[in-house]
Design a protein around this ligand. Structure first.
Ligand code: M6P
Ligand code: ZN
Length: 191
């Protein structure tokens, strides 16, 4: 493999070159939101783009460092901010670094034992996601929330637990600002 570089457009989050783009629209996020009615209503209006991920062409193998940019658009479903699906790593003892380029948002993390923590992110924030923690990001601002992520090549994505249960906390807007509250729909993971 040869050394290589990628150009990052700091304003749009676009990478050049990139291997692929993942686009997740509202219709890809069914069941992810607290307010199912608000979800259906919004979906009837428009199948909005929630976020996009540009991936650099790096092998998903031990020793490698795949990296990508994520652009989360501003918006809410009910009072809940637009967010990523969220995942654990298949190889759970792997960490990840998030570097915020633009906008503002939250990085929500949770262990399998339901210890929740969060980091507020703005341009220049470098956040460290320790091993064994599920992670999800939300856009709490009025513009695009853009960050670069770097993770071990053998980490893998495990969406199962988050798809089934969500996170123990949800981030909602209350009187104009983000509030983390208990997820009323959350059911604990079986032992
Ligand atoms: C970050 C990284 C990626 C991830 C993306 C979107 O860029 O953690 O690995 O794919 O966010 O998050 P998700 O896969 O949970 O939708
Ligand atoms: Zn990850």
């Amino acid at each position: 493999m040869k050394p290589f570089k990628t150009l990052l457009n700091m304003k749009s989050g676009e990478l050049n070159p990139y291997k692929g783009v993942i686009e997740r629209r509202l219709s890809d996020t069914k069941g992810m939101w607290l307010d199912a009615q608000a979800y259906s209503k919004l979906l009837n209006q428009e199948d909005k783009l929630i976020y996009k991920v540009y991936e650099v062409d790096v092998p998903q193998k031990s020793g490698q460092l795949p990296h990508c940019t994520t652009i989360i658009y501003p918006g809410k479903v009910g009072s809940e901010y637009f967010m990523t699906k969220g995942h654990f790593h298949l190889k759970e003892d792997t960490a990840e670094i998030y570097f915020c380029l633009q906008g503002e948002g939250y990085l929500l993390m949770q262990t399998r034992q339901e210890q929740v923590s969060y980091i507020q992110m703005k341009s220049g924030t470098i956040a460290y996601v320790p091993p064994y923690q599920g992670h999800r990001t939300m856009n709490t601002g009025d513009e695009e929330f853009i960050f670069l992520a770097v993770y071990p090549g053998d980490a893998g994505h495990d969406y199962k637990a988050v798809e089934e249960r969500g996170f123990a906390k949800v981030l909602v807007e209350e009187r104009g600002s983000p509030q983390l509250m208990r997820n009323p729909k959350y059911v604990s993971e079986p032992e």
